[in-house]
Design a protein around this ligand. Structure first.
Ligand code: F6R
Length: 612
């Protein structure tokens, strides 16, 4: 979803800004633009379409400014067009603004400004911001810089909704001001230069020192300094976070696409996520958590709340928590949960899973649970992301930056982390049995088995070539395999645009089997010994009706029944989703490639869904 970049330093800003936008392209967008302060005032260059189109705009090469802001827009208010693209200026061309998020009271503010003689040239909510700042700026006294800061603060106080805002002023060519509320924004500190971005990977090649703003905090960036203020403009101190990721981890590193690279990074992502938390002969360790036996014994339930793929990881979490710890666990989609009047109280532990840590619905669900008195625990891949700053506790997957829109390594890392969490809870509860012992051993062997599974790539690729022109596919499984069916089906939809449905295999007869006809592709996952025979008989039913079948299994089944069997290494059922999803990730990837689609940036999708 929208991306913002900012630069203030001694170099020409425009190429740095465009480069930053290119790195944010994966978030999803429909138009792009930059604004710099030039000798003769503010310049704005913008258009709908791809970021690289900016290079073709008249005058872009003549820009010399060393301070600028930039934006990729994902349309919410007003269609994708040049007028609606950011940056937006006020009527007097004193301020230039980019904004992510939604100003909920923009109609009211727009009417107020219209009554005060302002004119609007776009349909966006954003255009109220520079004009509102100008409205207050005119009334201020003192230095231009003081007027700018005070006017900006007053304008922000009038805004409802979510926002990350960057603003520059032609009267103050040596500062840039930023703020945020419920929308991501990071500040990168360099040597005589400072950067702004919606996320860390876009500016990792410039710095590893980052500052994070809490809601409504304001930062004033100059070339060699950053001042921080609370919402009332009281000065505050902040320490930089040093980020361990390196720039290479945000590059394709020889792979054709980020998605393929990220699929192949899974052995490392899992190793890193396990880290020092687990060894075969000692208790599972989460030093960042402060959870007692009494607290767990008194829980009425655990809620796991997330969206999309992260929610699918939550389903694997429910399986392991309920079976190992015997604590009732519910999984819900954040956008549903928050309006469901969920039964949450101080005896509920609420776990929120979010790769980006910026998903609007998941953050809102977390805030709701906090209000209801529950303890909240965030699982995220991004240190310092909004969700981790809201939650009582945070634990991290260490998957490294995930750039491709379709989540792969973040999902498998989430599944392993929540499995470790379940073991940690079980051990606090003094549950120690051979099942847990065995699971620990299996987890430690998992990275090697992922490497083995990745070797099946060619087989998967060949099957993909046979079926890439299909219009519909079904994904079936039982028990834990059904959660993988869900994730496999989501992956396929997202990047291949093939309609896919996932079903518990036993549910097929209750309706969906009516859709099975000659030639339709049915993919089934069978890793649970107890359920495999049942699933095989369900697949027999679709074979009888002419379906083409692909089976992902680690069991000894009669392979010649199926058109293609992908044999993955055997592992513990609790963690089998981590292996069984890999052929399905590759399947979606190769189908998308075969169809000539943009694997990393599928249509209509955004990496980080920062609006509800
Ligand atoms: C699917 C996918 C999405 C995300 C979902 C939640 O491949 O990436 O379904 O999983 O939008 O995103 P996060 O985990 O950032 O909250």
């Amino acid at each position: 979803m929208c991306g913002i970049v900012g630069y203030i330093g001694t170099k020409k800003a425009s190429p740095i800004l465009i480069n930053g936008l290119i790195r944010l392209e994966y978030r999803g967008y429909d138009s792009a633009g930059i604004s710099t302060i030039e000798q003769n005032g503010l310049s704005i260059m913008k258009d709908k379409g791809r970021v690289k189109n900016l290079y073709n705009l008249d005058g872009i090469d003549n820009l010399k400014g060393t301070i600028g802001i930039a934006h990729t827009r994902w349309a919410t208010h007003g269609k994708p067009s040049k007028e609606n693209s950011h940056p937006h200026m006020d009527n007097s061309k004193t301020f230039s603004v980019v904004h992510n998020g939604i100003i909920e009271n923009y109609n009211e503010l727009r009417n107020f400004l219209l009554d005060n003689g302002y004119t609007f040239y776009s349909q966006t909510d954003t255009e109220v911001i520079p004009n509102l700042v100008h409205y207050y700026y005119k009334k201020e006294t003192g230095s231009n810089q003081a007027k700018f800061l005070n006017a900006f603060k007053k304008a922000c106080n009038d805004l409802n909704g979510s926002f990350a805002i960057e603003i520059i002023c032609k009267d103050c060519p040596d500062i840039m001001i930023v703020t945020r509320k419920d929308s991501p924004l990071v500040i990168g500190k360099g040597e005589n230069e400072n950067y702004i971005s919606s996320d860390i990977p876009a500016i990792l090649s410039f710095t590893r020192n980052f500052y994070l703003l809490n809601d409504l905090e304001i930062a004033v960036l100059s070339r060699d300094n950053i001042d921080f203020y609370d919402k009332d403009l009281n000065a505050i101190q902040k320490n930089a976070e040093i980020i361990g990721w390196n720039a290479l981890s945000a590059e394709k590193d020889g792979y054709e696409d980020f998605m393929l690279k990220e699929i192949y990074e899974q052995p490392t992502a899992i190793r890193e996520t396990i880290g020092a938390k687990l060894s075969e002969n000692s208790k599972c360790e989460f030093s960042e958590l402060n959870i007692t036996r009494d607290y767990l014994l008194n829980l009425n339930k655990i809620y796991i709340v997330a969206c999309g793929t992260a929610m699918h990881a939550g389903l694997a979490g429910k399986n392991v928590i309920e079976k190992l710890c015997k604590i009732p666990t519910e999984v819900d989609i954040a956008s549903e949960f928050r309006y469901r009047e969920p039964l949450v109280d101080e005896k509920t532990l609420c776990i929120f899973i979010s790769q980006s840590g910026e998903t609007a619905d998941t953050i809102a669900a977390l805030k709701l649970c906090k209000k209801k008195g529950a303890k909240t625990l965030a699982i995220s891949n991004v240190i310092g992301s909004s969700i981790t700053r809201e939650a009582d506790f945070s634990i991290y997957t260490h998957a490294g930056p995930e750039i491709a829109v379709a989540s792969t390594k973040a999902y498998t890392s989430q599944v392993i982390l929540i499995t470790l969490l379940a073991i940690y809870f079980a051990e606090i509860l003094d549950i120690s049995n051979s099942e847990i012992k065995k699971l620990k051993k299996d987890i430690l062997e998992l990275p090697k088995k992922i490497e083995e599974t990745l070797k099946l790539s060619e087989v998967v690729k060949n099957f993909s070539k046979e079926v890439y022109q299909e219009k519909d596919m079904f994904f079936l499984g039982r028990g834990i395999d059904e959660t993988v069916a869900k994730e496999g089906s989501l992956k396929l939809k997202e990047i291949s645009y093939i309609h896919a449905e996932s079903y518990p295999a036993g549910e097929l007869k209750h309706g969906p089997i009516a859709l099975i006809e000659n030639g339709i592709t049915v993919i089934s996952i069978m890793t649970d010994k107890k359920l495999v025979e049942k699933t095989v008989s369900n697949i027999q039913e679709v074979i009888t009706r002419g379906a083409k079948t692909l089976v992902v299994t680690n069991q000894n089944i009669k392979e010649d029944m199926f058109d293609m069997t992908i044999k993955i290494p055997e592992t513990n059922t609790f963690i089998s989703p981590i292996l069984s999803i890999i052929p399905l990730q590759l399947f979606s990837y190769y189908i998308s490639k075969e169809k000539g689609l943009d694997v990393d940036k599928p249509r209509n999708l955004a990496k980080s869904v920062t609006v509800e």
